[in-house]
Design a protein around this ligand. Structure first.
Ligand code: FES
Length: 251
């Protein structure tokens, strides 16, 4: 862990217009103190936050992403988008974990329009957490390629989410339990993990031809795992082995 009292984390906050944004406004008007490192994007509902927004923020070097919504049961839309925000948060956290980014860099909180003090508290707490974790990329090998790979795979991941992971519970605890369950673990392994690894390898090979050893070093993967993916991709005609360079390249 890289602590550093001089490190000022860059935080991007997506705040629901009707509650958390108003709470942030109240915190300002009431002069509650909180660290000034958060840049705010106002959205009409926390359910509007797409996984692509979160990934793009991290790709742009943001150290932490904060989503602020209305308390469960108090969303201003009949679709109750804050339940979707919970699913999005869990999905993104699982994806971040898969590519070696600490999932605590993404936080979802409920803050009502009258809770200026709560807004100041949760932002302060999140900032402290990010200071503990250090700047994005600390100990997160080949992060740029990995984030690019997840972004490329996102249409497929969203399809998996819609077909297999979209659930509706009443409480945040039930969502926590579901996304930490063996069933979700199994689904991730069956449907996402291999595809994501292959997507990472393809992103790397588009930059320049690489050997199995070079790929495994950049991505921090076992060479035998990389070799398995390359063999299967070569069979599918996605990559080819250049005998002169002794390296793999896109077909
Ligand atoms: Fe605030 Fe939906 S309107 S979370």
């Amino acid at each position: 862990m890289v602590a550093g009292h001089k490190f000022k984390p860059r935080i991007l906050g997506f705040l629901c217009n009707w509650c958390c944004y108003a709470g942030a406004d109240l915190a300002g008007v009431s002069r509650y103190q909180y660290p000034p490192h958060i840049k705010v994007i106002r959205v009409m509902c926390s359910g509007r936050v797409d996984p692509a927004f979160v990934l793009r923020a991290f790709s742009n070097g943001t150290d932490g992403v904060f989503i602020g919504g209305c308390w469960l049961g108090e969303c201003h839309y009949i679709t109750e988008g804050n339940y979707d925000a919970l699913s999005t948060m869990h999905l993104c956290r699982r994806l971040l974990e898969l590519i070696g980014v600490n999932p605590e860099r993404l936080r979802l909180e409920w803050v009502s329009a009258s809770e200026g003090i709560r807004f100041a508290e949760v932002v302060t707490d999140f900032t402290e957490k990010l200071k503990e974790l250090g700047p994005l990329g600390t100990g997160e090998n080949g992060l740029k390629f990995k984030l690019e790979a997840v972004k490329n795979l996102l249409p497929y991941i969203k399809l998996v989410e819609r077909e297999r992971l979209r659930v509706r519970f009443e409480t945040a605890e039930e969502y926590n339990e579901f996304f930490a369950s063996d069933e979700v673990d199994r689904l991730f392994h069956e449907l996402i993990v291999d595809k994501l690894t292959m997507s990472q390898i393809m992103v790397l090979l588009r930059e320049k031809p690489l050997s199995t050893g070079e790929i495994s070093e950049i991505l921090g993967l076992n060479p035998s795992e990389v070799s398995r993916h390359l063999t299967s991709s070569a069979r599918q005609g996605l990559v080819r082995f250049d005998a002169n360079q002794k390296r793999f390249a896109p077909a």
